[in-house]
Design a binder for this molecule. Structure first.
Ligand SMILES: *[C@@H]1O[C@H](CO)[C@@H](O)[C@H](O)[C@H]1NC(C)=O
Ligand SMILES: *[C@@H]1O[C@H](CO)[C@@H](O)[C@H](O)[C@H]1NC(C)=O
Length: 531
């Protein structure tokens, strides 16, 4: 194993500089859930040959049906430790290619499905601080009712995960299976109805609405779904241009920051590829321009409509990442083509930032470009310190590191939004203390230090750990919390605020969250709390 630590680009880094932090020299496809011990778990498919890292404890994988190796003693999952910038191999013996996952109430990473021998597997990782390989994956195989390849998971208020769809699966199921409740599969006609010739409806976009129902978007439209009764409560209108937004026409989707009232919720979906793009790329090697539009919809309205906006540039396979400030970062992706092998062209190197509450028009801001194309199978995840970890691109078939237009990319890099700039340090709060356990709807006290407080006061935001793959961060959720009292000790820079935790498990399912204090658009480093 080799790691190259590229020097953090010079302390005078320009705003928005991409810092390369580590180059991981073995094949990785990225799925990046962040766990509450600040570890990012990264997966690689198991059937593209050896990685460059041995499995722990001399383990080997024996698979007579593997297309590359019948016996493979290398690791295809790693745990990246953000704090120490190091990683260690984990033991996964089945194929996680195009799988899905969530972090559960106890902070365990629950990862489901994949391909071939892994398509019905469930894998559980209990995060730990030990470095000696004691904490590792537990695989339960088979465990799912049907194969789940390109499915989407969402954590539910009762602590279970719902696993929706996947290729040729027009249904959903639950994990874990609980006594007395059937775990499925249950039919979901939306997935059959939105199937087109290019299957532009897999990896559906799923968001837990504040009323406890699910917003499920497939292809070009969505439903509000009561999973407890298998009932469609609302059919949302088709997105105005009618073009597909899910894999392989991969756009991205976020639930916009939720207000403390917990009564309203809005979803925003950006980019994707016009209908026909996949076949055009595959058959004619013609790469159609990606979609330039975003649609916003208030999913809690009884008869809502889409309001469309135009991004500064077209983008397919972009990742939408919620920032502690309540803004949305759109990063990675291509200007033409679609997801899938060799289908992406014109990498979009400039991220954009979207400020949901600003005026239409100037609310998109173009940031400085990075140097590395991040196409198919690239990924992005917010870290507790406010950076965004970005990695991966174009595994091709069997990984191609040279001789191709956009080679396989193994590096990880950290993207630093404006707010990381040291010139803002006077405005950056530092959290001094907070309870580590919160209860829904109850008040708690946060202490922080801050040199200069904005006249408009501080905000507190809370972000759930996401599972990011194929341009969508499953379970991504940001809550704005209500602040009721601010006090300061005369002559110090220390403040104490009283904050109300999210009202209930519909607004914020139990689990670990990162809490940030934000002042004048500059967030503190986050702290992990459990609710
Ligand atoms: C990883 O790469 C290094 C350098 O090329 C090599 O010496 C080592 O044997 C490789 N390890 C594995 C497990 O393939
Ligand atoms: C490929 O190009 C031909 C000729 O221009 C066209 O008729 C056909 O529809 C194209 N196929 C796809 C899948 O775009």
């Amino acid at each position: 194993m080799e790691i190259f630590f590229l020097k953090l680009a010079n302390l005078l880094f320009t705003v928005n500089e991409h810092d390369a932090i580590a180059l991981v020299r073995h094949p990785i496809l990225l799925l990046l859930p962040l766990c509450h011990n600040d570890r990012v778990v990264i997966f690689d498919r198991t059937d593209f040959g050896r990685s460059n890292l041995s499995l722990p404890k001399g383990n080997c994988r024996h698979d007579p049906n593997d297309q590359a190796l019948k016996v493979d003693c290398t690791a295809h999952s790693i745990e990246y430790n953000v704090g120490t910038n190091t990683y260690r191999p984990l033991t996964i013996l089945t194929d996680t290619w195009c799988s899905s996952g969530t972090v559960n109430t106890d902070g365990f990473l629950i990862q489901t499905g994949g391909y071939n021998d892994g398509d019905r597997a469930v894998r559980v990782l209990r995060p730990c601080d030990e470095e000696d390989g004691k904490c590792d994956w537990d695989e339960i195989n088979p465990s799912l009712a049907v194969r789940r390849w390109y499915a989407t998971n969402q954590i539910l208020p009762d602590g279970r995960a719902i696993i929706i769809g996947g290729r040729r699966q027009f249904n959903y199921e639950f994990y874990p299976k609980s006594d007395g409740l059937s775990s499925g599969p249950f039919d979901l006609p939306l997935l059959r109805q939105t199937l087109d010739r290019e299957e532009n409806n897999i990896y559906p976009f799923v968001h837990l609405n504040v009323d406890g129902n699910l917003f499920i978007f497939a292809n070009n439209r969505a439903i509000l779904f009561d999973y407890t009764r298998n009932l469609v409560l609302r059919n949302y209108p088709v997105m105005p241009d009618g073009d597909p937004r899910n894999y392989p026409s991969s756009g991205s989707s976020v639930l916009l920051p939720l207000d403390p009232s917990g009564l309203e919720a809005e979803v925003m979906i950006c980019g994707g590829a016009p209908k026909g793009s996949y076949h055009s790329a595959q058959v004619n090697k013609t790469y159609l321009e990606a979609l330039k539009t975003c649609g916003r919809i208030k999913i809690t309205d009884e008869s809502p409509s889409w309001s469309m906006e135009t991004m500064p540039m077209a983008r397919v396979m972009g990742d939408m990442v919620l920032l502690p400030t309540g803004q949305v970062l759109i990063i990675n992706g291509a200007g033409a083509g679609t997801a899938g092998w060799e289908n992406g062209q014109n990498p979009v190197l400039s991220p954009v930032i979207y400020t949901p509450k600003a005026n239409v028009g100037p609310r998109f801001q173009i940031l400085q470009p990075s140097k590395t194309p991040r196409l198919y199978h690239s990924s992005a995840v917010l870290l507790r310190d406010g950076r965004i970890l970005v990695g991966g691109s174009n595994p091709h078939v069997g990984y191609e590191f040279s001789g191709v237009e956009y080679p396989t990319e193994l590096s990880l890099e950290a993207f630093l939004p404006d707010y990381m700039n040291s010139e803002y340090s006077k405005f950056r709060p530092k959290i001094l203390s907070s309870p580590s356990e919160l209860s829904h709807g109850t008040k708690f006290t946060l202490q922080f230090a801050l040199e200069i407080m904005s006249r408009r006061g501080v905000w507190v935001t809370m972000i759930a750990p996401a599972f990011s793959t194929h341009s969508f961060s499953m379970n991504q959720r940001l809550l704005l919390l209500e602040i009721s009292k601010v006090s300061t000790t005369e002559g110090t820079v220390e403040y104490e605020i009283e904050v109300t935790a999210p009202a209930n498990g519909f607004v914020a399912p139990s689990g670990y969250y990162m809490v940030f204090v934000v002042n004048a658009g500059i967030p503190s480093e986050g702290i992990w709390v459990h609710i």
